[in-house]
Design a protein around this ligand. Sequence first.
Ligand code: OTU
Length: 653
Amino acid sequence: MYEQVSHSLLNDILTDLKPEIHKQDLRHFYTRLGANFYSIYSLFFTLYGKRDDVDQQMQKLVETMARQYIGRPEPLRESDIAREKDHNWFLSQEWVGMAQYADGYAQNLSELRQRMHYFLELGVNMVHLMPMMQCPSGASDGGYAVSDFRQINKRFGSLEDLQQLAEEFHKYGILLTLDVVLNHTSNEHEWAQKARSGDPKFQDYYYIFDNREVPEMFEATMPEVFPETAPGNFTWDESMGKWVMTVFNDYQWDLNYGNPAVFIEMLDIILYWANQGADILRLDAVAFLWKKIGSLCQNEREAHLLLQLLKDCCQVTAPGVLFIAEAIVAPVEIIKYFGEDAINAKECEIAYNASLMALLWDAIATKNAKLLNQGIQNLPDKLERATWLNYIRCHDDIGLGYDDNDIRAVNYEPYAHRQFLIDYYTGKYKGSSSRGLPFGYNDKTGDSRISGSLASLVGLEAALESGDQKEIDDAVKIILLLHGITMSFGGMPLLYYGDEIGTLNDRSYIEDPAKANDSRWTHRPRIKWENVELRNTPGTIEHQLFSALKKMIAVRKEIPAFADFNNRKLLQVSNPHLFVFSRFQYDQPANRVLVIANFDHAPQYLGLEDLGREAYFRTGTLRDLYSGESPIMHKEDLIIPSHTFYWLSDQLS
Ligand code: OTU
């Protein structure tokens, strides 16, 4: 939008640009800046307008974007233009992701590059590498305590290794996703060091206080993220003689985004990684970016404004790069990270579908889809050009982040129901063979979360120990059932490394003092490649899971109805064990797929008349696209075997 005040400021800024910036060919940069400037200006002034130096800071912001644009390698600029033309590219069903620790999958980046064929074999074409930036050698929260945002930790290799990996990925059509830890730095970061030595400029990069007065005010309403290992939200720093806000671990200092210098530094870092070849940036812990006394200090309006501003600025310099919002918050809050009051996504184009993830775990434990149906029914439609990351497990714990109203609506009591789930997944519940570990128990609220690998959580570990073939088969079926949903729900499925071969919990973390108090390490494996080899040996679990997933991925890619255009319809059926939805091709709605998942350990029926307006699935010959077989029918009922999913098509082909 053209608006006089901002435009005249833009003219001043452009006149004052340093000569080395002026000399460049900045055509694309200028058109994009012109398009986004009013929005950038409005957001920046809303956040920082009260400061005397706001104009200088704005000048710096534009210079930062321009410098990074000048540094953007030509192939990446070309890909920006190509993605502009094909702007829905990331909504396609052809994408399948995998998240991993580079040093868990391989020794380092160069070995990871040599092991790239594995992604291609499975069909994975988006790889998220957890943080690899320089961090302290002891505890570093798995790399989420960064001490230098521009250096690769030597353990992983060098920046050149990463650039080579990005190039190789791009040659084979694989997207590279990197993590940017926006909310905090390690206490060993240069900024923290300078703050500690008393430099007021850098003390203003963090939330630092002389005494407990203000921290107490914050504490009155702030929840705790790691109540067992890092209680409270402030840490006393002896060398500085002051309190510093540390929402996560005591060595992770929260950045103060009330200071525009912090914003500009972090934007520069985002653009830096975009220029190293990242296609997607995962923005860590975005819900926490803005702190305000009297609030939860999560999901604040300003956190959203910051993300919009980051997006607007990134679009000027590197428009082809997408953001993932890592906001593991209440269902109604997550959706806001695409942006509100807009048509297209204007904050992050992608968000973790933590709601679906948690609901799926509920359905497995209860063997019914009541809460799952209720929760998904209340999942609002996304904006256009926005998509979910659908996952079952990731490197973090499972939080039971359901809406209490949804729990009550299906006749459970929220506290008791969560308690049941915790008991179920930690194996305390009678009849449960789950081997999860508790995580983050809070004795003030009674809350707890769960760690554990997919295979151990669904009972495969216990079944393998007892040698009971039926239980082994059941666990395998549950794993495939869960994948059958994330692959067809709409959005990008994100596998977690090791799950494709049924990796079990690893308890060796207990021996490492830097990890022992964090049970999430039980599901952050070091891949044993001799086990991976077993994917080629029929009769092994590795073979069974890997080949099934490989097939599922290949089939998914062939089903245009699985692309993500708000083209899903949830169907309420009377059998509570079933989760049923239909997907239709957005430009050819007759091309549709009926997805049915049975969460029970017994076969279940679905009366086709239950499908109501979707009853057209009665006609034609129903065929399960995944198995290639026709489902079992009994009179007018479809029979869905225990822990089984169908992708039913009525198209004869
Ligand atoms: C994220 O986590 C990361 O994924 C964790 O691995 C880090 O420990 C954490 O940030 C700090 O960098 O902030 O928005 O319950 O789900 O801490 C959600 C733990 C986060 C995580 C939560 C999460």
